[in-house]
Design a protein around this ligand. Structure first.
Ligand SMILES: Cc1ncc(COP(=O)(O)O)c(C=O)c1O
Length: 390
């Protein structure tokens, strides 16, 4: 056995700071279920429209499983591109209103591979301060110079764009709906300045796809920015209920990524049941184009209630509602207290978010009834009072 005491020492330090993470096995993944003999409401899922367990989605996954098998058996460039992948890519391109789409093994892989394929050692990546780890990991892999602009601060972004060396290419990266804050990027202004400075703009729509925009096209679709946003990323693992990630863009971008994105090239194709499930989810969305708007209305009612009760929900305007506490230990204590009262809410701590902004991240889904949301708000108030936070 190699000596692992250094791991134990560092883990103990993390624990002391309230930062050690642990896996918990869940008996279910729906909006409400029995946990240790108690009914709990689940506010930690990204299955915003409840599609992961939609019968039509499950049927489509089963059909793909039977037709194509459990795995793609090879990387996409070898013999791992099956008809279900081609169909999924055509449907995703149509859904996002782009010329083409390319599916990756996960959203993480889509971001890592795409950022690293679009920027090189002599280029620059300009990233929002709160951009997701997968985008930043891609930037690190690209070996480009990385600059961070203040969150959603277009003036700061412009300052950075003005400093571009003539030989470098700039890639701007941001999320459209921020995963831990539920606020929106000023995409129209960002797209304008990107165009003015000849920079590429990659927008991660992991939390917007399926919820925002007409029929769930995302925030790019909501504001009709497909021409200005050259790289639109989405995941199949949140609203679309399954697993996988994708990039939508031009045919040229797709060909570039097929040839250059290492996380695409050196990894097995998406399992067919996941592709089938997403095709099923896209059908459900097509038949029910108002699902996202319905969710956003419910989330707004919930957020307004929490604000009236004295909680700090930051700049959230979406289905992601943070309750910002600040201190790691106090946030953990509140999450524990909520759990005792039957609410599952993730305590989000650094490094996922900046130090001093620890929070509960509540995601509202269509699996929560208005009554569930009222009950959750009541419980939050009681729990926060018990912890001396209100
Ligand atoms: C903003 C953002 N981008 C990318 C990802 C990665 O997506 P996936 O879970 O499909 O790997 C996530 C998920 O955590 C995310 O929140």
């Amino acid at each position: 056995m190699t000596d692992e005491t250094w791991m134990e020492t560092e883990l103990a330090q993390l624990r002391a700071q309230g930062l050690e993470r642990q896996l918990r096995v869940m008996p279910d993944s729906g909006g409400a279920f029995m946990l240790d003999g108690q009914r709990v409401l689940n506010f930690s899922s990204n299955d915003y429209l409840g599609l992961a367990r939609n019968p039509a989605v499950i049927e489509a996954a089963v059909a793909a499983l039977r037709r194509w098998g459990a795995g793609a058996t090879a990387s996409r460039l070898v013999v791992g591109t099956l008809e279900c992948h081609a169909e999924l890519e055509a449907r995703l391109a149509q859904f996002k209103r782009y010329a083409a789409a390319l599916v990756f093994g996960s959203g993480y892989l889509a971001n890592v591979g795409t950022v690293a394929a679009l920027a090189g050692r002599h280029d620059r990546v300009l990233a929002d301060k709160l951009a997701h780890a997968s985008l930043l990991d891609g930037a690190t892999l690209s070996r480009a110079e990385i600059h961070r602009f203040q969150h959603n601060d277009v003036d700061h972004l412009v300052c950075l764009l003005r400093q571009k060396p003539p030989s470098a290419r700039d890639l701007i990266i941001t999320e459209s709906v921020f995963s831990m804050d539920g606020d929106l990027a000023p995409l129209r202004d960002m797209a304008r300045v990107a165009q003015e400075h000849g920079a590429m703009l990659l927008v991660d729509e992991a939390h917007a796809t399926g919820v925002w925009g007409p029929g769930g096209t995302g925030l790019i679709g909501e504001w009709g920015l497909q021409q200005a946003v050259s790289v639109a990323m989405g995941t199949l693992s949140k609203t679309l209920g399954a697993y996988g990630g994708f990039i939508a863009g031009s045919e040229t971008l797709k060909r570039w990524l097929v040839n250059k994105a290492r996380s695409f090239i050196f990894s097995t194709g998406l399992p067919p049941p996941a592709a089938g499930a997403v095709l099923g989810a896209l059908d459900v969305l097509k038949k029910n184009p108002g699902m996202g708007a319905d969710l956003l209305r419910r989330a707004e009612t919930f957020r307004t209630r929490l604000q009236a009760d004295g909680f700090d929900t930051g700049n959230s305007v979406s289905q992601i509602v943070p309750v910002i506490i600040g201190d790691n230990q106090k946030t953990l204590a509140l999450a524990r207290r909520l759990r005792e009262h039957g609410i599952l809410a993730a305590a989000i701590r650094p490094p996922t978010i900046p130090a001093g902004t620890a929070r509960l991240r509540l995601s509202v889904t269509l699996l929560h009834t208005p009554k569930d949301l009222d009950r959750a708000a009541d419980i939050l108030t009681v729990a926060a009072r018990e912890e001396g936070l209100l």
